[in-house]
Design a protein around this ligand. Structure first.
Ligand SMILES: [Zn+2]
Length: 136
């Protein structure tokens, strides 16, 4: 059984992170669309086609022999995922500190600026030179 499985995926991409993600999004999607189809056949239909498409795409990727291209897709996905995770962690971090600090995004460079709360209206100078006047 294991030999058969290994031979099946010899020279193929196999289930990489992107295919796994597609798989785990498509399954609940299909289930949900089945329930939704009872209420709204149109929307449920679209969603089930989308779920089916993702599921098939996951398997096409897993059985693909063009491993270099699949590897590049997977790397792109992992980079995107890393960015989302970082942004989410930063968001949690800001929320944890929100009792004592306020956060402003610099309109000049996009840097997140942290200032203590309850200081009234203050001028905030960013490293890039931009000055904001905000209520804390
Ligand atoms: Zn700035």
């Amino acid at each position: 059984m294991r030999d058969w499985f290994e031979r099946l995926f010899a020279g193929r991409q196999g289930m990489d992170e992107l295919s796994k993600a597609l798989f785990w999004v498509s399954l609940p999607g299909l289930l949900l669309s089945g329930l939704l189809a009872l209420l709204s056949p149109g929307l449920g239909g679209i969603l089930s086609w989308l779920g089916l498409f993702l599921l098939i795409y996951a398997f096409i990727r897993a059985f693909s022999r063009q491993t270099a291209r699949r590897e590049a897709e997977n790397a792109l996905y992992l980079r995107w995922l890393g960015g989302r995770k970082r942004a989410f962690r930063a968001f949690l971090d800001r929320r944890r500190q929100s009792k004592d600090f306020r956060f402003f995004k610099c309109p000049g460079c996009g840097t997140m600026l942290r200032v203590p709360r309850h200081k009234g209206k203050i001028h905030i100078r960013c490293k890039c030179g931009y000055v904001l006047y905000r209520k804390t």
